[in-house]
Design a protein. Sequence first.
Length: 132
Amino acid sequence: MKRQVLLIEDNDQNRYLVTFLLERHGFEVVSAADGPQGIGLAEQRTPDLVLLDIQLPTMHGYDVARSLRELSSLEEVPIVAVTSYAMVGDRERALSAGCTGYIEKPINPETFVGEVEAYLARPPSTAPEGSR
Ligand code: MN
């Protein structure tokens, strides 16, 4: 069965790039352009991993992360924030909002899929919440 990634990202180019890279490596990608749509998809699909842009319209990425963590079906699912390299404070805030970790923007096509794989390979209980 294909592993399914839910991508919540408002930027068309980033959404295209991430989808392309993941599909090329055999993932199924479902995507949403804002938080409320992403939360709806998460409820319907229970993805294996969520990639969450932090700077989103209508609902901030931190709030999206908190809402996703409130879904019992998503308790154990890695939520990986995608944060701008320049936004240093975003990382800590993303972790305290329930994200498992983060990947920096701009996306590096050479390393991106490997980073996603690493989050999927990690048993959920290896690290205390927010320790990364
Ligand atoms: Mn954005």
